[in-house]
Ligand binder design. Structure first.
Ligand code: ZN
Length: 561
């Protein structure tokens, strides 16, 4: 019986070889030689990149093709994130995703506009039925763009399985030439145990990386004692593009035995935020650099493989060890980093002293903090570790520690605002004071009676902010009473500080019109192709509302024949 169980388990682990991914099923979605500005699962802010970013020569307007036969199963248009995105479900069970599009192919565009006009909203999420919008492999589905959160024109392309888990598109034969191995820009060592030390210090140490002629590295020899861990900053470049992308696989070996491995084949959206535990989060916040730990301190991420000692090294006194790191790209070009570690116990190094505060947060318990008119609710499993929190309230400013620890769940911040006038209460929001300028960034806030609450996944400094200034509205390419007969578009600039724009509504002669919003250029665009304008004299009315409800109304006349 035990033997059968073992066989089953073994089978279930090894049943997922590379050959199981269909190799010739999907064609590349662009008619360009695949070149990447982003690799699968590369490290991003609060998430792993869920697809590949295919470069489009720094411009919009390339044909986007269906990677295989199937039907459009989802269409999403949003201000942020993917912008305009299409999802195609294929008969083999996989779904391909195409994002940051400029526009959809005519039939799909008409389908989307019909729903946008029916809902009177630019932002829509649609789930067409299996027979509604069929697509054929290689046929035009959209035009590439730069919509949503995209910072430069490109096509974001994903392949997901039946459970909506993104997979590395390279596994399906998407071929990107890559003839050079990854490169490493930093190596750090962490003393983990209370009495651990590295190079006569009990704090994190930057190690000196020495590049070798062949592309590998050594590290200046280190002296250490106790339980330690290593972290690296590693990237890869593919051919045809200078972009600094992510690597594919990392393995470490301690005195010849494998001690850690992770690979970027597949992950689930439910676990993507654990990236903040994989990287040195404090280092990232300080230096904007993704320093990834090569040890697993209770991270549930599935891309980290089970390993002996979870990648930690136990360095004993009077020993000599060799530690090697192998970083691979998808094309199996390896880069090796070798370091020699001398075990030297130094009794003169004092153990680490933990800074304490009156607020000891236990990760597995709910916590309620309150001072004066401010309270914070933290649910269990919000943090990975127990820690002493810095919690202070000075009039309307809340110091909720520092944004140096990863947060898994929303925390709730509440302010009693009974000392404000009824009028002001409506215009208040809870602001996260960001950066050196302490800009009062809007945190979605709701008022119930005298209680203003916001939910957040960031530690840091918060304060009450009052926004009484309505948004500004300025036409960009036309003036009042202008003839615009030859125009294809009307463009209007909308801006709001400090709380930001929440929504807008535009009409021409009383009829709702679709205006596309690009938050990066702060521009609303109306496309005359919509066919709404049939009169010569037209009145365009635009109402823009900010996040606390201040609104501006703007009216302008234009003529067209
Ligand atoms: Zn992308």
């Amino acid at each position: 019986m035990r033997l059968i169980l073992f066989t089953l388990l073994f089978f279930s682990i090894t049943v997922f070889p590379q050959s199981n991914y269909p190799q010739d099923y999907f064609i590349p979605p662009l008619e360009l030689t695949p070149s990447l500005s982003g690799t699968f699962a590369e490290l991003r802010s609060n998430h792993f990149h869920s697809g590949v970013d295919l470069k489009t020569q720094q411009r919009e307007g390339f044909k986007v093709l269906a990677a295989a036969d199937g039907f459009i199963s989802r269409i999403k248009v949003s201000f942020f994130g993917y912008g305009k995105a299409l999802y195609i479900t294929h008969p083999n069970g996989y779904t391909t995703v195409y994002a940051h599009l400029q526009k959809f192919a005519p039939e799909i565009e008409a389908y989307v506009k019909k729903h946008q006009y029916a809902k009177e909203s630019y932002q829509v999420e649609l789930f067409p039925k299996a027979g509604d919008l069929l697509v054929t492999k290689g046929h035009l589905i959209a035009i590439s763009g730069n919509s949503g959160g995209s910072l430069a024109p490109h096509l974001h392309y994903e392949i997901r399985d039946k459970k909506e888990r993104p997979l590395n598109p390279m596994l399906f034969g998407l071929d990107v030439k890559d003839s050079t191995p990854p490169f490493v820009t930093a190596v750090y060592a962490y003393p983990i145990g209370d009495n651990s030390h590295i190079n006569q210090s009990n704090t994190k140490q930057k190690l000196r990386l020495i590049p070798l002629q062949n592309g590998d590295y050594t590290v200046e020899n280190i002296e250490a004692f106790g339980k330690i861990g290593i972290g690296i900053v590693a990237n890869d470049r593919q051919d045809y593009a200078p972009n600094k992308n992510g690597v594919y696989n990392i393995q470490t070996f301690f005195n010849g035995s494998k001690s850690y491995e992770l690979d970027f084949k597949q992950f689930s959206f439910a676990e993507t935020r654990h990236i903040n535990r994989l990287i040195d989060y404090e280092h990232y916040k300080e230096k904007k650099q993704y320093l990834q730990k090569l040890f697993n301190d209770n991270n549930p991420l599935s891309i980290i493989k089970p390993a002996i000692n979870d990648g930690f090294l136990n360095i004993k006194d009077s020993t000599y060890s060799v530690y090697k790191i192998k970083v691979n790209d998808y094309k199996n070009n390896p880069t090796w980093i070798t370091m020699e570690i001398k075990g030297v116990k130094n009794n003169s190094i004092k153990p680490k002293v933990k800074q304490t505060t009156p607020y000891f947060i236990k990760a597995n318990q709910n916590t309620h903090l309150k001072e004066g008119h401010v309270s914070v609710d933290i649910y269990k499993e919000t943090f990975y570790d127990d820690f002493y929190m810095n919690f202070e309230v000075h009039s309307d400013t809340l110091i909720l520690h520092e944004d140096i620890l990863p947060v898994k769940k929303n925390m709730t911040i509440s302010y009693d605002v009974s000392n404000f006038t009824e009028e002001d209460k409506e215009k208040l929001y809870i602001a996260n004071l960001i950066g050196r300028s302490k800009y009062p960034a809007y945190t979605s806030s709701t008022l119930k009676g005298n209680l203003l609450t916001a939910r957040t996944k960031s530690l840091g400094t918060y304060a009450l902010a009052l926004d009484t200034i309505p948004p500004t509205i300025k036409p960009k390419n036309f003036k009042n009473k202008q003839w615009v007969s030859n125009y294809h578009y009307l463009k209007i600039k909308i801006e709001d500080t400090p709380s930001g724009i929440s929504n807008y509504r535009a009409t021409i002669n009383g009829k709702w019109i679709l205006m596309e919003y690009d938050y990066k250029t702060k521009t609303l665009t109306y496309d005359f192709n919509d066919g709404i304008v049939t009169n010569t004299k037209n009145n365009l009315k635009l109402i823009v509302t900010d996040n606390v409800g201040n609104s501006s109304t703007f009216e302008i006349l234009f003529y067209r024949k």
